[in-house]
Design a protein around this ligand. Structure first.
Ligand SMILES: Nc1nc2c(ncn2[C@@H]2O[C@H](COP(=O)(O)OP(=O)(O)OP(=O)(O)O)[C@@H](O)[C@H]2O)c(=O)[nH]1
Ligand SMILES: [Mg+2]
Length: 309
């Protein structure tokens, strides 16, 4: 569907940093809102900004989620306007502090109330941060309850990966930008086979667990592409027995229907026999000799771990 209203939301320090990167990549025509109690998160031109608790003159929510939640509730009038025509919210946050953990689930709740689909990507604290880990688990439960799809990333794995690559973990993984970009492309622009917001609604409406996958690779190596999507950093991820999947396949001008078919087969091979699969394909000039797949998978049994890093 062209002109779908998509909002990228960054909540808390880590969430805002990631949302800015995702927005830089996904770009034009997408709205960005940065929500934090800390002024330093807002250095991005053109973003909507919701500063929580200006009156209290505090730098953060001091790792107090109830404070974050309360401040988010107080902003509900502003949010209502912001969310009015929004069909999809991609929410990025880091759990364990006060703002993301408290305000994140509350923002998701308000977004769903106003009719949007909410896809959340939440970073879980480092294992050594015991108190934060405890706080984050409560936040995760509430975020999951208020999101259509909620995936979590482990900061430990993210930091390990970043160290290997000599990058800063605070900037998030390339994966995050690619996923947001892929989803936005899927829903905003016309493809070979067009997907729209109704398709996404259909998929995320299936009961059970859900998750997201992004993979990139050679057009002729469907299995390699699947492995790339399921790759090491995406530990414990399984699509086995999934009841529904929205698959967006994007490739360069030479992409053939045969290649698309093989990739779709590889990605859906282990799903439920009667799984509902919605397929979209799109040719993109900037993808030469390479194919990118974005999958939203749902109807997973609840025991499936949907941790991505
Ligand atoms: N070790 C380490 N962990 C960090 C750092 N910054 C963020 N984190 C982790 O990321 C999680 C989320 O952090 P933030 O996004 O800064 O938290 P926030 O939502 O802004 O919360 P408040 O600042 O308490 O209002 C934390 O719980 C930590 O686990 C850092 O500088 N060092
Ligand atoms: Mg903060």
């Amino acid at each position: 569907m062209e002109g779908a209203q998509i909002l990228i939301a960054g909540i808390g320090g880590v969430g805002c940093a990631w949302a800015q990167r995702a927005h830089l990549r996904a770009g034009q025509g997408i709205d960005l809102v940065l929500v934090d109690s800390d002024e330093t998160s807002f250095d991005y031109e053109g973003a909507h900004v919701i500063r929580l608790g200006r009156d209290l003159d505090s730098a953060g929510c001091a790792a107090l989620p109830p404070l974050g939640e309360q401040r988010m509730r107080q902003a509900s009038n502003v949010n209502r306007q912001l969310l009015e025509d929004v069909e999809l919210v991609i929410l990025l946050t880091g759990l364990g502090g006060g703002t993301g953990t408290g305000a994140g689930p509350e923002f998701a709740r308000q977004a769903r109330l106003s009719g949007a689909i909410v896809i959340s990507i939440a970073a879980m604290p480092f294992g050594a941060q015991e108190t934060r880990s405890k706080v984050s688990k409560e936040g995760l439960t509430r975020l999951e309850a208020n999101s259509d799809v909620c995936v979590r990333l482990e900061l430990d794995r993210l930091a390990w990966q970043a160290r290997e690559r000599g990058t800063d973990w605070r900037l998030g993984a390339l994966w995050i930008e690619e996923f947001v970009d892929g989803l936005v492309r899927t829903l905003m622009r016309l493809g070979l086979i067009n997907l729209d917001m109704m398709d996404l609604k259909t998929i995320v409406g299936h009961p059970g667990g859900s998750t997201l996958l992004v993979g990139q690779g050679s057009p002729d190596d469907a299995v390699g592409l699947l492995n790339n999507a399921m790759n090491a950093p995406l530990a414990d991820l399984s699509m086995d027995g999934a009841k529904a999947c929205l698959l967006q396949i994007e490739g360069g001008p030479g992409m053939t229907v045969g290649q698309v078919g093989k990739i779709a087969d590889a990605f859906t091979a282990h799903m439920d026999q009667d799984a509902q699969v919605i397929l979209g394909a799109r040719v993109s000039d900037d993808l030469q000799g390479s194919i990118r797949v974005v999958a939203v998978v749902s109807g997973l049994s609840e025991t499936t771990n949907s941790s991505l890093f």
